[in-house]
Each structure stands twice: as structure tokens, then as C-alpha cells.
Design a protein around this ligand. Structure first.
Ligand code: NAD
Ligand code: UGA
Length: 464
């Protein structure tokens, strides 16, 4: 395989969409077609209202769409003409069967791979973009090899994605590294070079790391596990801070000044969310279990257990501070997305928190600047049932109306607009029941400033 001229991406989601839109934007000489089974998703990609919110994404898509970037449901057509195919489909945690609740569901990866094998009439480089358990490429290769012959060969690469939502476009334009794993055969290395060539349009060569297939697959799980582990570590310390009078922000700052530790990913919080941290750690745990490494499995599993504990601990603290009952109390929840600058709610801590508030028969008054209303009802109905969700939760168009007559405000997502430099907390205080309590699950507020207004303030990892 020589120079890549046509790329197909199977899966127009949070990864496939932005990643391949950036490739099209940076490589005007390459035709990029992003395909999906979901007509609704493709229609949205072809509209002025893209299916995902990501700063900078509109400019990238609108700049290349219709020139060298196309969105389509014609999966077969795109496979047929492509030299290189990204498989960027979802790999959720299995809901039933063997490994339920732990292992990754590889059904979508397998079905995309089988589709490539069935449809292709010329040689292809097939790139595993989805996050998968180590050695998944082996199964993909077996399926593809069984369908290759004299005139068609398939070369398989692993090219995991490290973008974070909310910063996807800058992460893609300026990645810390691009990782490409290949079989260490002459053909594998040639395919690796062909993909490296695509990235070389904008990524400096020394940031393109080439490894064998299995290192590449495992590095992705390892990166997410280590990142999530840092959050669970600081969250575990936040519990000690609350019990001792230490301040978790001060501890994180002091610890992070050590260049061996570094300052990033040490922000205590109500717990990490997002589609991948929990899923990938459970996946790693399951992998370790299946490799008969129970101590290794237990070690990584603890990161998820600590995250669940952090969410429960926060709810308990809220109930305790609200005089041990929140029944019939009005709780204004600020934020539903799993982090700021995204409309994504997958595994958001807000879902768990609100479920607990509903279980306690509180009235939740919710505001989020970006999440679609329909998504909020889907998520809450999933955990609490539609009737209870509708009965106990009301959505508001802005934080001021959400906080009116509330007993407490709970900051769940760290949207900039919730900061005390942006919101008029005096106005919020004046409209609330007294005592007016505020619980900062993201450490974004100046507690002293709010106390001067009259609020009772509680911050994760602080006990002032
Ligand atoms: P997603 O659910 O947003 O998108 C996946 C898309 O694939 C869906 O639109 C689905 O309809 C489509 N699809 C599934 N099977 C298909 C098939 N056979 N043919 C055509 N389309 C098909 O998922 P995502 O968030 O983009 O994640 C994709 C992968 O990337 C996952 O493995 C995930 O772990 C990994 N990842 C995600 C992120 C992130 O920030 N979301 C970051 C890095 C890696
Ligand atoms: C994460 C990784 O950062 C990406 O590198 C990876 O590609 C991606 O997962 C993936 O594989 O899906 P993402 O989940 O989009 O990206 O967002 P993060 O910025 O990592 O935040 C994850 C969660 O951790 C959020 O709920 C965030 O609020 C929380 N967090 C993050 C903290 O609580 N404290 C921190 O210091 C950092």
C-alpha cells in the first residue's frame, strides 16, 4: 500500500466524527468519508446543527464538508473506495452474558470488521481506532485474513485515540503523541508508515510513536487507567482532608509541584464520569482476571470502587448538612454533563447524584447549559424510571430560576458560567430559602466570598 488517498471511517461518534474531520481539514489531498448506521446521526452531521458539541468543531467540519469530507450511511460504498479504513465504533461494557458489567462488548467492532471483509474488492489498511482489550486485533485479523486472497490483502493497525471531550479539536490538532501499532512484518511496517504519512501533514514526526500491535492496544487502556487512578487518588485524599482540616487544593498544589508527579489531573471532584474511564478500567480488570492475575485485577478495580464511594460520600455529606433529611426539599443542581464544554452525559456523576436525591424524595431543579433535555430524561428514566424522574425533577433554562426557593445549590459540573466571577450569587442567595446552602463538588467557587453573602458553603476536600 502506497500513499493513502481515500479514507473511510466507520462510526460517526465522538471519536470518528472529530478525528476524521480534522484529518480532512489538515489533508486537503485526501478524501475522507465518515459513515454510520444511524441515519439520524448522519443527517445531523450534514446539517448546521452537528450531533455533538465540541469547541472549534463547527469551523473544522463546515470548512471541509462537501469538499473532501463527506458523511454518509452508505457504509459499503465508502469501504469499497477507501485505501484506509478506521474502525471507530462503540465498545461499551457488556450488559449481559459472559463478562457482563466488566468486559468490553466487541460486537460492533466485529460486525464492522466482517462488513469490510465481505465488501472489499481491493487491498485495505484497516485501523482499529476504538478502544479495545489487548489482542482484539488478533480476532480482527483472523476475520480479515480468512477473506483475503491473491488480489486482496488486509493490513491491520492499532491507532488508539487520546482526545478528551471538550478539548477534542485542540487535542487532535496538537496531540501529545500519535500511537500506531503494527505487526512487525514488512507489510505491517509499510502500512504503519502509510498512516504515519497521513498524520505527518500536521503532527511533528517525533510525536508519532510506532510500536507493535499489542503495546499499542494496551497503552490506550493503561493511559486511561493511570489518568483515572490519579483522580481516585486525589479523591481518596479529599476524604482525609475533610476529616482533618487539610485543604485538598493546597495538597494537590504542593504535591503537583514535584516535577515527578506534575500538576495535571489532580483536581478533586464529585467523581469522574465520561464514556471511557470506568469502561476501560473494568475492561483492564477483566483482562487481568482472564489472564489469571487476580491481584492486578483487584488493584485496578479499586479505582472504580473509589469513584463510586466519592459520589456516595458527597450525597451523604449533603444530606447530613441539610439536617439529615432532604425529603421534599428543593435542590438546585447546576450541571448535568460529565465535564464542562461538552453536551455528553455518559456516566456523568450528575446521574448518580440525582438518582440518590430522587430516592430521598427531594425535588431536583436542574440546569445545564448544553445537554439536550431529551437526553436528561433518557438518563434519569434509565436509573429512576420515567415516572419518578418526571415527578421529582424539573428542568430550568438558567441557574437563577433553578435556584429560586431552593434549600441548596449543588455544583456538579464545572461549567465556567457557574463561577462566582460569572454568576450573581447575591441574586441567587436572595431568592433561596434560608439557611441557603451551597455544595461545591468541583472546587470552582470562592467559599469565603459566598460566606460573606450569607451562604452556608461546603466544598469537597475542605472542612472550613
Ligand atoms: P459513539 O457511540 O459516540 O459512536 C460510535 C458510532 O459507531 C455510533 O454512531 C454507532 O451508530 C456507530 N456504529 C456502530 N457499529 C457500526 C457499524 N457496524 N457500522 C457503522 N456504524 C456503526 O462512540 P465514541 O465515543 O465515538 O467511541 C468510539 C470508540 O472510541 C470507543 O471504543 C471509545 O472507547 C473510544 N474512545 C472514545 C473517546 C471519547 O472521548 N468519547 C476518546 C477516545 C477513545
Ligand atoms: C478521557 C481521557 O482524558 C482521554 O485522554 C481519553 O482519550 C478519553 O478519556 C477516552 O478514552 O474516552 P474524557 O473522558 O473526555 O477523556 O475527559 P477527561 O478530561 O479525562 O475527564 C474525565 C472525567 O474526569 C470528567 O468527569 C472530569 O470532570 C473528571 N476529572 C478530570 C476530575 O474529576 N479531576 C481531574 O483532575 C480531571
Amino acid at each position: 500500500m502506497g500513499v493513502v488517498k481515500k479514507i473511510c471511517c466507520i462510526g460517526a461518534g465522538y471519536v470518528g466524527g472529530p478525528t476524521c474531520a480534522v484529518i480532512a481539514h489538515q489533508c486537503p489531498d485526501i478524501k475522507v468519508t465518515i459513515v454510520d448506521l444511524s441515519q439520524a446521526r448522519i443527517n445531523a452531521w450534514n446539517s448546521n446543527n452537528l450531533p455533538i458539541y465540541e469547541p472549534g468543531l463547527d469551523e473544522i467540519v463546515f470548512g471541509a464538508r462537501g469538499k473532501n469530507l463527506f458523511f454518509s450511511t452508505d457504509v459499503e460504498g465508502a469501504i469499497l473506495e477507501a485505501d484506509l479504513i478506521f474502525v471507530s465504533v462503540n465498545t461499551p461494557t457488556k450488559k449481559s452474558g459472559m463478562g457482563a458489567g466488566m468486559a468490553a462488548d466487541l460486537a460492533y467492532v466485529e460486525s464492522a470488521t466482517r462488513k469490510i471483509a465481505e465488501v472489499a474488492k481491493s487491498s485495505k489498511i484497516v485501523v482499529e481506532k476504538s478502544t479495545v482489550p489487548c489482542r482484539t486485533a488478533e480476532s480482527m485479523r483472523t476475520i480479515l485474513d480468512a477473506n483475503s486472497h491473491d488480489h486482496i490483502r488486509f493490513d491491520l493497525l492499532s491507532n488508539p485515540e487520546f482526545l478528551a471531550e471538550g478539548t477534542a479539536i485542540s487535542d487532535l490538532l496538537n496531540p501529545d503523541r500519535v500511537l500506531i501499532g503494527a505487526l512487525q512484518t514488512p507489510e505491517g511496517l509499510k502500512a504503519q508508515q502509510a498512516l504515519a504519512e497521513v498524520y505527518s501533514h500536521w503532527v511533528p514526526r517525533d510525536r508519532v510513536i510506532t510500536t507493535n500491535l499489542w503495546s499499542s492496544e494496551l497503552s490506550k487502556l493503561a493511559a486511561n487507567a493511570l489518568l483515572a487512578q490519579r483522580i481516585s487518588s486525589i479523591n481518596a485524599l479529599s476524604a482525609i482532608c475533610e476529616a482533618t482540616g487539610a485543604d485538598v487544593d493546597e495538597v494537590a498544589y504542593a504535591v503537583g509541584k514535584d516535577t515527578r508527579i506534575g500538576p495535571k489531573f489532580l483536581k478533586a471532584s464529585v467523581g469522574f464520569g465520561g464514556s471511557c474511564f470506568q469502561k476501560d478500567i473494568l475492561n483492564l480488570t477483566y483482562l487481568a482476571e482472564s489472564l489469571n492475575l487476580p491481584e492486578v485485577a483487584a488493584y485496578w478495580h479499586q479505582v472504580v470502587i473509589m469513584n463510586e464511594y466519592q459520589k456516595k460520600r458527597f450525597v451523604k455529606r449533603i444530606i447530613t448538612k441539610l439536617f439529615n433529611t432532604i425529603t421534599n426539599k428543593k435542590i438546585a443542581v447546576f450541571g448535568f454533563a460529565f465535564k464542562k464544554d461538552t453536551g455528553d452525559t455518559r456516566e456523568s456523576a450528575a446521574i448518580t447524584l440525582i438518582k440518590d436525591f430522587i430516592d430521598e424524595h427531594a425535588h431536583v431543579r436542574l440546569y445545564d447549559p448544553k445537554v439536550e433535555e431529551s437526553q436528561i430524561w433518557i438518563d434519569l428514566s434509565d436509573v429512576s424510571g420515567a415516572d419518578a424522574a418526571k415527578k421529582h425533577v424539573t428542568l430550568f433554562p438558567d441557574p437563577y430560576s433553578a435556584a429560586e426557593d431552593a434549600d441548596a445549590v449543588v455544583i456538579v459540573t464545572e461549567w465556567d458560567e457557574f463561577r462566582d466571577t460569572k454568576l450573581d450569587y447575591q441574586r441567587i442567595y436572595d431568592s433561596m430559602k434560608k439557611p441557603a446552602c451551597i455544595f461545591d463538588g468541583r472546587l470552582i467557587l470562592d467559599a469565603n466570598k459566598l460566606r460573606k453573602i450569607g451562604f452556608k458553603v461546603d466544598v469537597i476536600g475542605k472542612n472550613e
